[in-house]
Design a protein around this ligand. Structure first.
Ligand SMILES: *Cc1c(COP(=O)(O)O)cnc(C)c1O
Length: 429
């Protein structure tokens, strides 16, 4: 048996000792398919599908009364699911609410916190952030009468894949009003030191918020204790809420008294929402930052999805996630980095700088290698220009599957499988 084949035994041994092993069967996995894209769209839990069917039943039977009589009354679903989400991100129950989308929450929170005044007019972000966040930030600056070319400053990457916290901190000066940064970078999978960045921002009188779309459900957060001002994230990635499931936002309790930048009636003091007063009075909790009616059907997956997270515990999820990515790094380093393979790891290797997915770089053929992986039933995703993103998810992926990914990466080069695919990319990757 060659050395690579021997690694399969190691994978099987790791699977046999995996304390989260039993969770895989709670998800819908498919024969002949190795899903490594849970950081883009998590797999459905079987119970989440039951949850959707239950809400449809509630709609059929209870009609309008579902707002107060649903198993989770629809009217308070955003607060209730926020309360259940809170421990997962280290927040107080009333500091989290379900609302809108990642991007709409960014708008709502930045419009609340970004109050340019005197010389403090700038928003600090970074050039590796999800582009949507940067589009939104530029538009927020324009709404306040500024010019994004001057007022949006972007921390630069030294290597095109990662950021140095100290480079970001060096830009924190008296001209910066708010900093908005990612927790885990969507391409390279780097985890930033949110605690350190928050401390440094506050020392300079800067408010700070994090886009946690790629970290919630995969890494530990202590948003309240770190004193983060605000944060937002979606629920369809590591939280497995399904396509378009609603997002969440976190607002530190010390800010409950601020006026929401984008107000709407679901942010009204809950007990008085139906008094239909003309003057707005927002709930003094994260709930005050909701706008309109919650997406009840799309949220119906989340009760089960959050229950599974809670049962597995984020500590164990994180521990296994790091072991899975460690194992893949070992395969790439040991077997796949030299000619003719030429793969390399663009994600930082230190555990405290790594999120839940890995960025494997290939100098020339990343796109066509992704096509060849898919043709073999392995689902990664591609991020231009050179990155194959692979997310082995602790709740449902196995070490043996990671080994299979390594074998596929190896054979695709040995057999030149990728040459069968066109060089043009498709619209969604
Ligand atoms: C996935 C993701 C988003 C997506 O925003 P939507 O409003 O849900 O489309 C935003 N920011 C980051 C960093 C993401 O990873």
């Amino acid at each position: 048996m060659d050395k690579f084949e021997k690694m399969k035994e190691k994978a099987e041994a790791l699977d046999a000792q995996d304390p989260l092993r039993k969770f895989r069967e709670q998800f819908v996995t498919q024969q002949g398919r190795i899903y490594m894209d849970g950081n883009s769209l998590g797999l459905p839990a079987k119970e989440s599908i039951d949850g959707v069917l239950r809400v449809i039943e509630e709609w059929k039977i209870l009609n309008i009364d579902g707002w107060l009589k649903g198993k989770i009354p629809w009217f308070i679903m955003p607060e209730e699911l926020g309360r259940r989400m809170a421990p997962l991100v280290g927040a107080l129950p009333e500091e989290v609410v379900m609302s809108g989308s990642t991007t709409s929450n960014l708008h709502s929170l930045v419009s609340t916190f970004y109050q340019p005044e005197g010389k403090r007019r700038k928003i600090l972000a970074d050039e590796l952030n999800f582009p949507s966040d940067l589009y939104a930030l530029a538009s927020q600056i324009r709404l306040k009468g500024g010019d994004p070319a001057e007022d949006l400053i972007l921390a630069k990457s030294r290597d095109g894949n990662t950021l140095e916290e100290d480079d970001i901190i060096a830009l924190m000066d008296k001209t910066v009003s708010v900093a908005i940064l990612p927790s885990v970078l969507y391409r390279s999978g780097q985890l930033l030191d949110m605690e350190k960045l928050t401390r440094s921002a506050h020392e300079k009188g800067i408010l700070i918020g994090f886009d946690c779309a790629h970290s919630v459900g995969a890494v530990l957060h202590r948003l309240h204790d770190w004193d983060v001002d605000f944060a937002f994230w979606c629920s369809y990635k590591h939280l497995n809420g399904g396509p378009g499931s609603p997002a969440f936002l976190f607002l530190h309790e010390k800010h409950f008294g601020r006026e929401p930048g984008l107000a709407g009636w679901f942010g009204y003091v809950k007990e008085k929402q139906f008094d239909m007063e003309i003057l707005f009075e927002h709930a003094k909790s994260a709930g005050g930052w909701q706008m309109g009616t919650p997406c009840v059907l799309s949220a119906a997956t989340l009760e089960a999805a959050l229950k599974i997270q809670q049962e597995a515990t984020i500590e164990k999820i994180r521990e296994k996630s790091l072991k899975l990515t460690d194992f893949l790094i070992e395969l790439v380093d040991t077997f796949l980095s030299d000619e003719p393979y030429c793969y390399s790891i663009a994600t930082p290797r230190e555990h405290e700088r790594r999120g839940g997915h890995l960025a494997i770089e290939h100098p020339k053929e990343a796109w066509r290698i992704c096509c060849a992986l898919k043709a073999r039933g392995i689902i990664p995703d591609f991020r231009p220009p050179r990155i194959i993103r692979v997310a082995p998810v602790a709740l449902y992926n196995t070490f043996t599957e990671v080994w299979e990914v390594g074998r596929a990466l190896k054979e695709i080069i040995e057999n030149k499988d990728f040459e069968r695919f066109p060089k043009e990319r498709s619209a969604v990757s």
